[in-house]
Ligand binder design. Structure first.
Ligand code: G3P
Length: 218
């Protein structure tokens, strides 16, 4: 399973990259706003900076919701860097735009996916990634990870190549559950990735190794 970091924070992206296990980055307009990135040129420049830090795919989301404007915006984003994947919302014009980009060889990430039917449309249109939002389904008492497993099963059964990107991951256990569900990618906050490091027996064991070494090496 690939690991993406879900943030527009350059410091956190660098920290994850330095860990050596990062495969890419996802952003969205909320995450860009959180970092205070505003204005078309600043936003584009920020995406370029992210691409320079990481080696893998960087999802950059369109703001438009109308087909022609989505195409224009997506083409501009795709031109910024060959690592850019154009993120398109799961709406009617979005599906048409995904189809258009697939024909042109521009990779897309279909976002805001909350049902198997939406995931089917994204795959049929030729999305490179589909992003079911796990945490937001959990928030309303649906099991978000069940949706991930259902989409993986549908894509495997019918031979769709679209990669399932588990999004809206909120904590470390979500990452383990994404592995169990067969997700191709999990996009996670840095805290959830770092949480994978933790185990009390590791800390106890290391403390004892160092104490035993010091007891005879004085
Ligand atoms: O990857 C999508 C993600 O940014 C949404 O996360 O926590 O706002 O539901 P959240």
């Amino acid at each position: 399973m690939k690991f993406f970091i879900d943030t527009a924070n350059l410091k956190q992206i660098k920290e994850a990259q330095e860990l050596g296990v990062l495969d890419g980055v996802t952003t969205n307009p909320s995450l860009m706003a959180k970092e205070g990135i505003k204005g078309t040129e600043n936003i584009k420049n920020h995406y370029k900076q992210i691409c320079e830090i990481v080696d893998g795919d960087v999802s950059a989301e369109v703001i438009s919701t109308e087909y022609k404007r989505m195409i224009a915006e997506g083409e501009e984003l795709a031109e910024l860097h060959n690592q850019i994947v154009v993120k398109i919302p799961m709406i009617k014009d979005g599906i048409k735009a995904i189809k258009y980009f697939a024909k042109k060889g521009i990779r897309t990430n279909c976002t805001l996916v909350f049902s198997p039917g939406q995931a089917l449309l994204a795959a049929k249109a030729g999305a490179y990634y589909v992003s079911p939002f796990v945490g937001r389904l959990d928030d309303i008492s649906y099991n978000g990870m069940d949706l991930v497993a259902q989409i993986v099963n549908i894509y495997n059964t019918y031979g769709y190549n679209t990669q399932v990107l588990a999004a809206s991951i909120r904590h470390t256990m979500h990452i383990i559950d994404a592995l169990d569900s067969g997700a191709d990618v999990a996009t996670c906050p840095l805290s959830a990735i770092l949480g994978l490091l933790n185990h009390p027996l590791t800390d106890i064991g290391l403390e004892k190794f160092i104490a035993d070494y010091n007891s005879v090496n004085k």
